[in-house]
Design a protein around this ligand. Sequence first.
Ligand SMILES: NC(=O)c1ccc[n+]([C@@H]2O[C@H](COP(=O)([O-])OP(=O)(O)OC[C@H]3O[C@@H](n4cnc5c(N)ncnc54)[C@H](OP(=O)(O)O)[C@@H]3O)[C@@H](O)[C@H]2O)c1
Length: 242
Amino acid sequence: MTLFRLDGKHALVTGGSKGIGLAAAHALARLGAHVTIAARGETALRTAADALGARCVVADVGTPEGVRAAVEAAGAVDILVSNAGGPPPSLPSQVTEEAWRRGFDVTFLSTVRLAEAVLPGMRDRKWGRIIAVTSLTVGRPAPNLPVSNALRAGVTNYLRTLALEVAPNGITCNTVAPGYTATDRLRALHADPAEAERLQNRIPARRFGQPNEVGAAAAFLATHEAGYITGQELLVDGGWGI
Ligand SMILES: NC(=O)c1ccc[n+]([C@@H]2O[C@H](COP(=O)([O-])OP(=O)(O)OC[C@H]3O[C@@H](n4cnc5c(N)ncnc54)[C@H](OP(=O)(O)O)[C@@H]3O)[C@@H](O)[C@H]2O)c1
């Protein structure tokens, strides 16, 4: 039997027009899955979908309407990769109430709403994979990312708890926690080349990760072969968290 094939499975990848989400979509497509990608910006989304041969849907997963649109466009979702942009940097004492609420919607509630929308079909089919992209900051909080640190810990424990409920239904729930990964978000957060070099020298692997390295980890968790792995956090961080 060929290992790691996902022929016939339908995958929805949110935040799928760029970076880690797009890399996960590519990895899933290479394994044979039918992929739908969702994001807010239509131009980048359509370009990415055309290159991938995927379906696409313009949707903001920070809203209930966006989640509904994404799930409806994807059809019978067997594999959910819940991903979106990260909250903006700030000191913990400077996060506004509004930023906490938007962070809660985009970074936490998106995964809950997406999972709730896809679970009934997964239960019917007795097979499902729910994967959320979180961050290395769950284990080691970054001083300037308080919203991410707090809410991704919530996503992690939400999915660990959901994993207990849905394990009898053939559904697994896991998180992929990227370390420093060379995407637009990383380039925006670490724009100074000297600072970026210092940071890479502190990573045991001495380099930033590539989006495809994180995408491949998410795709692995979607495979049949990963069916006995649930409630886990898979760090893809070049050794940062050791
Ligand atoms: N890169 C890293 O080093 C790193 C490390 C740890 C964790 N992470 C986390 O991993 C996730 C992905 O990071 P990335 O570096 O790949 O980011 P990215 O390059 O900025 O890509 C983010 C993707 O999400 C989409 N998106 C943003 N907000 C959205 C929303 N509300 N609804 C739907 N789509 C949305 C973006 O498209 P639109 O803007 O057009 O919607 C884009 O497709 C983020 O949550 C980030 O915090 C990244």
